[in-house]
Design a protein around this ligand. Structure first.
Ligand code: GAR
Length: 218
């Protein structure tokens, strides 16, 4: 007599956003994510990503930073909200706040970020403008685990885009986001399938350490 296999519990994902949410949409649209997006939380009330979440039947929450004078106080409240959903993975998808060590240490190894540059170049804001000003011939996207160092956590994947003479910030942003929308669901799936892990400061895929620059897609 056979035993019915216990259904595997769906892995739970919380996505943090601040704006348009096109990366969130790519995650929502991924048919084989390997988990369920159980909540979307924004620090901005008007973030269009909240509307995208509602349209997909996902709980959409807003937590304004206005009533918190200290960064860590906000992050503690945010983490209370996140923990209500007991996520296996937290995805920063255009969440434009600097996170306190309280937050990054608490979620070490289960916090992913996408950044629009070939890290370690151009940490912080206005990356497309800075690439154009520097006259770089290539630009790109990085996906990494989040640590205390702003945009400095261990890299998982990078993809390059070429910078042409007629590119401007808008066209570069479009090229970069095309890569983001392909790669972020893939990386989330690797994580949710248990293939991708952070051990200390080393990223492993299927148990093998990745190079410091992550996997390169070009
Ligand atoms: C994305 O391009 C992402 O790389 C960037 O914000 C955009 C959000 O777009 N993130 C950062 O700059 C984080 N440092 P979206 O809201 O349409 O997904």
């Amino acid at each position: 007599m056979g035993f019915a296999a216990e259904p595997l519990e769906a892995r739970r994902v919380v996505v943090l956003i601040s704006g348009n949410g096109s990366n969130l949409q790519a995650l929502i649209d991924e048919p084989d994510l390997g988990g369920e997006i159980v909540a979307v939380i924004s620090d901005q009330p008007a973030a269009y990503g909240l509307e995208r979440a509602r349209q997909a039947g996902i709980e959409a929450k807003h937590l304004s930073a206005k009533s918190f004078s200290q960064r860590e106080d906000y992050d503690r409240e945010l983490s209370r909200l996140i923990d209500d959903y007991q996520p296996d993975l937290i995805i920063l998808a255009g969440f434009m706040r600097i996170l306190s060590p309280f937050f990054t240490i608490k979620y070490h190894g289960k916090l992913l970020n996408v950044h629009p540059s070939l890290l370690p170049k151009y940490k912080g804001l206005n990356t497309h403008q800075r690439v154009l000003e520097a006259g770089d011939s290539e630009h790109g996207v990085s996906i990494h685990f989040v640590t205390e160092e702003l945009d400095g956590g261990p890299l998982i994947v990078q993809a390059k885009v070429s910078v042409e003479v007629d590119d401007d910030e808008t066209s570069l942003a479009k090229k970069v986001q095309q890569q983001e929308h392909q790669l972020y669901p893939l990386i989330a799936r690797w994580y949710l399938q248990g293939r991708l892990q952070l051990k200390g400061d080393t990223v492993t895929l299927d148990g093998q350490p990745l190079p410091k620059e992550g996997v390169l897609y070009s």
